[in-house]
Design a binder for this molecule. Structure first.
Ligand code: AP5
Ligand code: MG
Length: 210
């Protein structure tokens, strides 16, 4: 199946997507991860995107749509994929409909205070991108990734001012996508408030594997 993961920053989209990608053997395509990889490698795209991302704004629709269109043309997407963090605007959703068929837009249901708490404590692996939380999802060894041993860091856009701005941008530009996909008949709500295991369990119930 072709999934969109839709929801506010810090809702747990990336955390669930990593689990679903393994369980359903489909690629996890995160536009945020692609931008961060470009920033790390110092590419032209990374240079253009860095200041926007750090401040919590959105990279232009034109750049983001081109990037996703190119990624979805790769062979590994033929049996399904998860789009995490795309689309984020109505023009992105309209463009996506011209080159992809989406089976379900999974809407992460969670309140603002919970996402602020999750983002405020998030630490990520510099090497593989795995997410942890200083209180509710600690690594086994402090400062080290359980999966690859990489160093853990705090994302530049997880500072309080940037979190606040991302939530405003979400409300203004991304939340309208809930009605967009409701109108298409493929919006599926998921309760994102529980533990990562609970959220995965609910996902598996809603989307049983064939
Ligand atoms: P992106 O990387 O997509 O960031 P985001 O939407 O702000 O979302 P996050 O990654 O912050 O949150 P998440 O929902 O993945 O939560 P996570 O699983 O990490 O985008 C970054 C930037 O790139 C954007 O701001 C924008 O500038 C640009 N960009 C990206 N896509 C774009 C687009 N389409 N158009 C334009 N610009 C674009 O979890 C968060 C924390 O909570 C972690 O600490 C985790 O351990 C913890 N946690 C997760 N699940 C649970 C749980 N169930 N219970 C308890 N804790 C949990
Ligand atoms: Mg994410």
């Amino acid at each position: 199946m072709n999934f969109i993961f839709l929801g506010p920053p810090g809702a747990g989209k990336g955390t669930l997507a990593k689990e679903v990608a393994v369980a359903y053997a489909i690629p996890h395509i995160s536009t945020g991860d692609i931008f961060r990889e470009n920033i790390k490698n110092g590419t032209e795209l990374g240079k253009k995107a860095k200041a926007i991302i750090d401040a919590g704004g959105l990279v232009s629709d034109e750049i983001t749509i081109g990037l996703v269109k190119d990624r979805l043309s790769k062979d590994d997407t033929k049996n399904g994929y998860i789009l995490d963090g795309f689309p984020r605007t109505i023009p992105q959703a309209e463009a996506l409909a011209t080159f992809a068929k989406i089976d379900a837009a999974v809407n992460f249901d969670i309140e603002d205070n919970a996402v602020v708490e999750r983002l405020g404590g998030r630490i990520c692996c510099k090497d593989c991108g795995q997410m942890y939380h200083v209180v509710n999802n600690k690594p086994k060894t402090e400062g080290k990734c359980d999966k690859c041993g990489g160093e853990l860091y705090t994302r530049d856009d997880d500072k309080p001012e940037s979190i606040k701005h991302r939530l405003e941008v979400y409300r203004e530009s991304t939340a309208p996508l809930i009605d967009f996909y409701k109108g298409k008949g493929n919006l599926v709500d998921i309760d994102a408030k529980g533990s990562p295991d609970k959220v995965l369990e609910e996902f598996k119930k809603k989307f049983p594997k064939n």
